[in-house]
Design a protein around this ligand. Structure first.
Ligand code: 6GU
Length: 235
């Protein structure tokens, strides 16, 4: 997969050189390029922003540097993602969709945002990572890149399957335990030591349902629940 990021702050993306995304880059599973659109400004002071027509607070990113930076990319119908708190909420389902694409382009906003013509002419997706306002789109783009790249074939180890990830089942994940079975008197639930796989599966399902009920009841509405799940939740 090829990812291009248009940003005023390419050095903010250093975290992607580490951990799993860093390894995916090293192995050539993803190629992430950065373009500082300030370099494309035709203004003699390399200005990229201007005052909003009609007045109001803050500055807007002006179309010329971004259109010209975009035109400089080697791109054949990429997904063009504009990071904005007014976008639709980013979800695991969107990450799964993007992981099947050949080329993603992220446009990272700053100040009060983009001139609307950037949204209208360049964006295929406008996405937010939550109901809060960040100083810029870089952190949001990194979040979305991380969530997408880990889903590419062979990026996670074979055993680290993502089929049980929170959200891909529609429920939050159940709690996990590793050795020791007794850590300073804090015990691992007996069922996990029982070797009884049917009981373990049933316990995990119940824990997922319980956690989702307590923390994210909105997810339960949309989740696929069995009769057994419903009886458990009513008890
Ligand atoms: Cl995608 N960008 C910015 N600037 N703020 C945000 C966001 C994105 N998602 C939530 N807040």
């Amino acid at each position: 997969m090829k990812i291009d990021v248009l940003t005023l702050f390419p050095e903010m993306f250093a975290p992607l050189d580490h951990s799993i995304v860093g390894r995916a880059k090293g192995l050539g599973q993803v190629d992430i390029g950065f373009t500082n659109f300030r370099d494309f400004s035709t203004n003699k002071h390399h200005k990229v922003d201007d005052y909003p027509y009609g007045g109001g607070a803050g500055m807007l990113l002006t179309p010329q540097p971004i259109f010209d930076a975009f035109a400089s990319l080697d791109a054949n119908r990429p997904r063009v993602i504009v990071t904005t708190p007014t976008g639709r909420p980013f979800t695991q389902q969107i990450a799964e969709e993007w992981a099947g694409e050949g080329h993603l382009v992220f446009l990272c906003g700053h100040y009060e945002g983009f001139d609307q013509r950037i949204h209208d002419e360049l964006a295929t997706d406008e996405v937010s990572i939550g109901d809060f306002v960040l100083t810029g789109g870089e952190l949001a783009a990194m979040v979305m890149i991380d969530a997408t790249v880990r889903l590419l074939p062979d990026v996670l180890g074979a055993q680290a399957s993502h089929e049980d990830d929170s959200f891909s089942t529609g429920l939050l994940e159940y709690p996990h335990y590793t050795r020791p079975a007794d850590f300073r008197g804090l015990k691992v639930p007996d069922v996990l030591l029982s070797g009884n796989h049917a009981r373990i599966e049933a316990w995990r399902r119940e824990q997922s349902l319980l956690k989702t009920y307590e923390r994210r009841p909105d997810l339960l509405e949309a989740a696929e629940l069995t009769e057994r799940d419903k009886i458990f939740l009513e008890s």
